[in-house]
Design a protein around this ligand. Sequence first.
Ligand code: IPE
Ligand code: IPE
Ligand code: MG
Length: 255
Amino acid sequence: MLEKFTKWKANLAATDLSDQAEEGQLPQHVAIIMDGNGRWAKQKGLPRIAGHREGMKTVTSTVRIASNIGIEVLTLYAFSTENWKRPKKEVDYLLRLPERFLNAELPQLIENNVQVRLMGTTEDLPSYTLSAVEKAIEDTKHNTGMILNFALNYGSRFELVEAVKLIGKQVERGELSADMISEQHIHEQLMTSQLKDPDLLIRTSGEIRLSNFMLWQLAYSEFWFTDVLWPDFKEQDFMEAIAVYQKRKRRFGGV
Ligand code: IPE
Ligand code: IPE
Ligand code: MG
């Protein structure tokens, strides 16, 4: 696990990154906003969906790398609650991708001991998307390796609204008084209640924003942005993000 990353680092040309990376910890939870598929396609004179098809290859390679180097949780933002605004043809294509990805990759995920999870609102998802993901969750539920958490039809504000509603109902039922509501309590109502917060957030394609992604959970995460478009995001880029993370000093408000 860590050895593989250390070996990779040793091979890295003697940049200032490789000097200190040794000291740092691997991020346990990496969250990625996979962005830039459309622009990648446009640059090549191709339809946007060609970018999504190519982006799926990056999902495959990134999952393999993350699992190999010992990342504990990889959360991938695959479809936001706002992405329904896109043309129907593109939405349909995007929502076919989980099925295509899992059809191709599930055996490999099982072999690599990966646990598939889903974060998002399932009601609005087409049945083919949901059944593919549910099958993958079921088939990998006894695995003990990396958690591969797909954010699908996920929006952080929606998640927070739902959490507030759940808490409101507990208060209504008299199970809780308003004064008892704590950070831990809110955490427990979120879709990430079983996960630790991301240590590292990566966003590709040069956009410097969160686009409604994990607003609560990213409170103390380290952010790393790159201009590289998601279909062009390679092992080297991923390793650079991790090496930069390892050089960061996380203070959490302390000294
Ligand atoms: C990311 O690429 C894929 C999703 C948002 C689902 P985009 O489709 O957003 O690509 P750009 O931002 O238009 O280049
Ligand atoms: C964020 O990317 C959503 C996903 C990567 C799934 P978008 O491309 O939808 O974000 P905006 O619209 O540029 O903020
Ligand atoms: Mg985009």
